[in-house]
Design a protein around this ligand. Structure first.
Ligand SMILES: [Zn+2]
Length: 165
């Protein structure tokens, strides 16, 4: 909500639905919240995941090129303890305090520049390329060109799986 407010986007599900691309940096519940609030979804290519393990997101207004990164402050946890020492449960303490804290106490914001090549835009239509080794199709310029061959990332050695057989 803070990111959208700073960008002047007030109708992300309607009028402004094609204005936003969001990068999330963690696969936790905050990422689902970002998707719900912004309407940016992985399947629409408007949500980009960078697995950095950080509670942060960058909101890019593709109509203007303006972008803002919002990161949750580590100090907000200590502040929550100070604000509500009477609540013993840490979760409850944070829930109560986060509702009362200012945006500045909760988040660090920074205007940034995001290099968004054409193939990263949600509506990008490009040719589908076939890996010369496994024969699987590859979209969005994710192919690797090596020694005159076109390969998918897996065949190029960037594996997250190996054959089980
Ligand atoms: Zn391949």
């Amino acid at each position: 909500m803070l990111g959208l407010k700073n960008l002047g986007i007030d109708d992300p599900h309607g009028r402004d639905r094609k204005r936003l691309v969001t990068f999330v940096e963690i696969d936790r519940c905050a990422t689902d919240a970002v998707a719900v609030v912004t309407g940016c979804r992985l399947g629409k290519r408007a949500l980009k995941f960078r697995d950095w393990g950080k509670m942060a997101a960058t909101f890019v207004d593709v109509s203007t090129g303006k972008a803002i990164r919002v990161a949750a402050k580590e100090s907000s946890k200590a502040l929550a303890r100070q604000m509500h020492p009477e609540i013993e449960n840490k979760n409850g303490q944070q829930m109560a305090a986060y509702r009362e804290m200012s945006d500045d106490d909760l988040f660090a914001t920074q205007w940034v520049k995001v290099d968004l090549p054409p193939e990263e835009f949600p509506g990008y239509k490009g040719e589908r390329i076939v890996c010369e080794f496994c024969g699987e199709g590859i979209n969005f310029r994710r192919e690797v060109r090596r020694d005159g061959k076109v390969l998918c990332r897996s065949c190029a050695g960037e594996n997250y799986y190996t054959s089980a057989s």
